[in-house]
Design a binder for this molecule. Structure first.
Ligand code: NAD
Length: 260
């Protein structure tokens, strides 16, 4: 039960972020959504979630490459909703290319959105959580925060960075009722992955079905995509009172990928 709590979830207009935001709202937390997309679609998502759950659902369009906008988003949540209990650093993008050809701007954007935004949001959220004496920070890393795959240099570097950042924040705040953990999903069939299925099908001249089974799920022993509901399960544990001793850790939900 998260009644009376307030959650900010970055990159929550789609995919995993939207699933975690929905789970928080279903458990009674007021939510600030964030992410890119068509304004009318985002407003529809926001109002649907608010109507379905009966909690307040707000939206802030901070671009995760902009430190001042990220700080604004956290301040907005606190001002409008009066508290901040849960921060989920989830926004992320991908680019797949050999390191020698990897575009500089793709590297910079991935580091900014997938790693630095977690720092800026955490930096803004921690003083509010310290004043409350309680808080939960959940970083959506990846199996690629623990192991690598070729052609994903920026993504793998950023996600390994997120896990290091998670551990550091956890140690700093351990005696203040604030925890910081990372969730490490395997492949989840969201838009970020759907685009990779198309790209791989084109470059490898394979069908989408073949790419899904033999490329994308090639390293996932279950040969099944992880579902967003399964990620919501571990998320709700980490933000609950029962999650108080879970701190500075990475929680793999990857169908056995990193067991190999
Ligand atoms: P998605 O593409 O569905 O969602 C990404 C979200 O980030 C969207 O809401 C998008 O608008 C937002 N976003 C992108 N750039 C942004 C920016 N500059 N400013 C603000 N928001 C921005 O993808 P997803 O699969 O739900 O990914 C969510 C997170 O989970 C990412 O960090 C991703 O790396 C991670 N992840 C995904 C998988 C997977 O298989 N899908 C696996 C492991 C980790």
């Amino acid at each position: 039960d998260l009644k009376g709590q307030v959650a900010v979830i970055t990159g929550s207009t789609s995919g995993i972020g939207l699933a975690l935001a929905s789970a928080a709202a279903e458990c009674g937390a007021a939510v600030v959504l964030n992410g890119l997309g068509d304004a009318a679609t985002i407003e529809q998502t926001r109002s649907d979630l608010e109507t379905r759950t009966g909690v307040r659902v707000l939206y802030h369009g901070a671009d995760m490459t902009k430190p001042d906008k990220i700080a604004d988003m956290v301040a907005y949540a606190h001002k409008e909703l009066g508290r901040l209990d849960i921060l989920v650093n989830n926004a992320g993008i991908q680019h797949v290319e050999a390191v020698e050809n990897f575009p500089n701007d793709a590297w910079e954007r991935i580091i900014a959105i997938n790693l630095s935004s977690a720092f800026y949001a955490t930096k803004a959220a921690v003083p509010i959580m310290q004043a409350q004496g309680r808080g939960r920070i959940v970083n959506v890393a990846s199996a690629h925060g623990l192991v690598a795959s070729p052609y994903k240099s920026a993504y793998v570097a950023a996600k390994h960075g997120v896990i290091g950042f998670t551990k550091t924040v956890a140690l700093e705040l351990a005696q203040q009722g604030i925890t910081c953990n990372a969730i490490c999903p395997g492949f989840v069939h969201t838009p970020i992955v759907d685009k990779q299925i198309d790209d791989q099908a084109r470059t490898r001249n394979m069908s989408r079905e073949d790419v899904m089974k033999n490329v994308i799920l090639g390293s996932q022993p279950t040969k099944q995509f992880v579902t967003t509901e399964q990620l919501a399960g571990i998320f709700l544990y980490l933000v609950s009172d029962l999650g108080a001793s879970a701190n500075g850790s990475s929680y793999s939900v990857d169908g056995g990928w990193t067991a190999q």
